[in-house]
Design a protein around this ligand. Sequence first.
Ligand SMILES: [Zn+2]
Length: 218
Amino acid sequence: MVVKIGKADDNDFVVNDPHVSRYHARLTRESDGCLLLEDLGSTNGTYVNGGQIVKKRIAPTDIVKLGDSYTLHVPEVLKFNNDYSAEFALLKNVYTKYMEQKVRIQSSNQFKTRLFQSLPFALPGIIGVMIGFFGKGSPSLLGVSLFITVCAPTIGIYLGAKQSAKIPQQLQDLANQFKIDYVCPKCGTFLGEIPWESLANRKQCPLSSCKAKWVSED
Ligand SMILES: [Zn+2]
């Protein structure tokens, strides 16, 4: 694990301080677990517990200064590089569930809409056949038959339209919750309706102020 520290945007840990060099220092976790801090020829130097260093093994509790004013919190640096892959991995399930629910809402409403619209069309047909069979030549029965034939489809269309109107609201509620849940675990920025796998390929948050590692490369 290596963390590049400095003012330039392409560092792993970006420090916005006028006395910090563009590429100021480098923190390495060595294979034995120890932390090695190296100054990269910075203008204002790197200090550990008050003494200037070029290369020194440090503990997370040591007081590290970059230049004379900026205090580098080592645990913060470690957390930064520790990455957010564990938290990011949980988002896979968030995305999968969202897509499943979205499809379920859309398909169930489509089914209900079709049912509501087609059922009343079918009924007058059946009733019409029955009236035709049992009550031949009766004017009153013919009137009832006509009434049903005209009204039923109208009711069907009305109910179908009413059912369709529920879709946007349900989808809106789902989308609102998704916007809260599907965010960068570090900076909280909504990740959009982008499949989790595509985000995982990016490996880190695109925001330069965040750069949380989503996928660990260690
Ligand atoms: Zn982020």
